[in-house]
Design a protein around this ligand. Structure first.
Ligand code: KIV
Ligand code: ZN
Length: 540
């Protein structure tokens, strides 16, 4: 079999068929260019007959893209094929991709045609497409639920009619790896028997696979097909697509790369993967941004947690030697590196590593004390501990909680309805400027209290002139137990215009007071860092 694997990306066609996704032309061009940089061989740009918008998009992409084959989809009829060709004409390397369903269920209920009629339509469509362009792909829709002998007959006939790629889609995500492997192997055997071995070896004829993910097996099925001799793989970035989506190309690429040893042992050669893997994460994030389809954090390869380590044992392992818990170097696929995430299960090694990376070169005893505080104050409270909390603990320890502001008293009035607004009054001792009293109105009592504090200390959360602007990037309150008398814990992260973050936690039986304590803590840590942080770091 030809060792070069052709990657066929259908993010802009099957991917765009995801519910709720609509890409504009500019976005399509940007994604397509990113796919070219990634090293994708064929980009399916759209299904031109379905709408003028799709037609124009294919036409624009065909003209714009260089160094890649541009494919357009067409049902097995002259009108669809003509429209696809019309849209593709300007392409450097055009491909017409025509399809018809071959399963009994589709032929009977959707097409209302007999096997003989479908075979005829398939042959004619390929011959007609071939009269327009040398590169023709044929897909037997719902191939995995088709009668095997009939499918083989269709495959042979379309190859005789000129198809250079024959795609065997698992349209409804129904097959399982072993079954799909056997089907691909069987079809290749039929082609070899019919005299096409040389073309398959040269790569002038390819069997392609196109898997949907209804049972979560799209990637596994695609991989099993490669082991059976398929040399073109179709899929989308991030696995987007109809229903449960298509096979995620980034996962297939990295499986072939990472386990090249295994594929070589089974196939007798290493599958050639001409992909610039460092572009995987950027293209994944671009597709997510434009489609609005969020990448689940635990998604393989491109999920935010794919290279994040939270448990103490794993963090220790990765810090000693990355390969203990990582099978891919994250930098090879475009991440900036492994992420040590502080959380409930993090241990001393991770804390020491984080402190060092934040520029706090503490002694062993100091690290032990930070770790103790971390365990007492935040470990069981926060699901994920931002660096700002850790830095806050260091400042508390080094400055022995000697901070600038102290909340002396506060009073808050809630309002049920009408034209009145919740109002808060705060009294704060500022070690430098003396006692400050201020009043704030807000949407609710906490909002009013925060405005009062901001007013008292010269800050603003609302970009008021001549005040120091701050953004509240995180604010949440949790109850530490059940019932109305439960202690509330408030977590606050502030960010200034320079992007510096400071964090604070506050606990109290009154959630407004807990919120105020958290804010004052975060403000104190911020002021302390700005005044003394760098000097403290340098002195360690
Ligand atoms: O899933 C499918 O069968 C398809 C074909 C049109 C290739 O998307
Ligand atoms: Zn599909």
């Amino acid at each position: 079999m030809n060792s070069r694997i052709i990657f066929f990306d259908t993010t802009l066609r099957d991917g765009e068929q995801s519910p709720g996704v609509a890409l504009n032309l500019k976005q399509k061009i940007e994604i397509a260019k990113a796919l070219v940089e990634l090293g994708i061989d064929v980009i399916e740009a759209g299904f031109p007959v379905t709408s003028p918008g799709d037609f124009q998009a294919v036409q624009a992409l065909a003209k714009e893209l260089k160094g890649v084959t541009v494919a357009a989809l067409a049902r097995a009829n002259p009108k669809d094929i003509d429209t696809a060709w019309e849209a593709l004409k300007g392409a450097e390397s055009p491909r017409i991709h025509t399809f018809i369903a071959t399963s009994d269920i589709h032929m009977k209920y959707k097409l209302k045609k007999t096997k003989e009629e479908v075979l005829e339509l398939a042959k004619n469509a390929v011959s007609y497409a071939k009269s327009l362009v040398p590169d023709v792909e044929f897909s037997a829709e719902d191939a995995t639920r088709s009668d095997r002998e009939f499918l083989a007959q269709v495959v042979l006939e379309v190859v005789r009619a000129g198809a250079t790629t024959v795609n065997i889609p698992d349209t409804v995500g129904y097959t399982v790896p072993q079954e799909y492997h056997d089907l691909i192997k069987y079809l290749i055997e039929q082609l070899i028997k019919a005299g096409y071995e040389e073309s398959l070896r040269e790569g002038t004829l390819r069997i392609s696979v196109h898997c949907h993910n209804d049972l979560g097996l799209a990637v596994a099925n695609s991989i099993s097909a490669v082991l059976a001799g398929a040399t073109q793989i179709e899929g989308t970035i991030n696995g987007i697509g109809e229903r449960a989506g298509n096979a995620a190309l980034e996962e297939i690429i990295m499986t072939l790369k990472t386990r090249a040893d295994f594929f070589k042992s089974k196939l007798g050669y290493e599958p050639e993967v001409n992909i610039n893997t460092t572009k995987i994460v950027p293209v994944s994030q671009l597709v997510s941004k434009y489609t609005g389809m969020v990448i689940q954090p635990n998604k393989a390869i491109v999920g935010a947690n794919a290279f994040a380590h939270e448990s103490g044992i794993h963090q220790h392992g990765v810090l000693c030697e990355r390969s203990t818990y990582e099978i891919i170097n994250p930098e090879d696929i475009g991440w900036t590196g492994s992420a040590i995430v502080l959380g409930k299960h993090s241990g001393r090694h991770a804390i020491a590593y984080k402190l060092e990376s934040l520029g706090w070169h503490l002694s062993k005893e100091q690290i032990d004390r930070v770790f103790e505080r971390y365990r007492e104050e935040v470990k069981d409270i926060l699901r994920q501990v931002e660096d700002a909390y850790l830095e806050g603990i260091v400042l508390d320890l080094l400055l022995e909680n000697e901070y600038r502001y102290k909340l002396l008293s506060s009073q808050v009035i809630s309002v049920l309805s009408g034209s009145l607004k919740p109002i808060a009054q705060v009294e704060i001792e500022d070690k430098r400027e003396g006692r400050r009293v201020s009043v704030g109105l807000g949407v609710g009592p906490i909002d009013a209290a925060y405005k009062a504090v901001a007013g008292a200390l010269g800050y603003t959360f609302e970009r008021e002139k001549d005040k120091k602007p701050l953004k509240l990037v995180d604010f949440h309150i949790d109850a530490l137990s059940g019932g109305t008398s439960a202690e509330g814990i408030c977590a606050v992260i502030l960010e200034d215009e320079a992007g510096r973050r400071s964090a604070g936690l506050g606990r109290d039986g009154d959630i407004v007071i807990a919120s105020l304590k958290a804010l004052i803590k975060a403000l104190n840590r911020r002021e302390a860092y700005l005044e003394k942080g760098e000097k403290l770091k340098a002195s360690l």
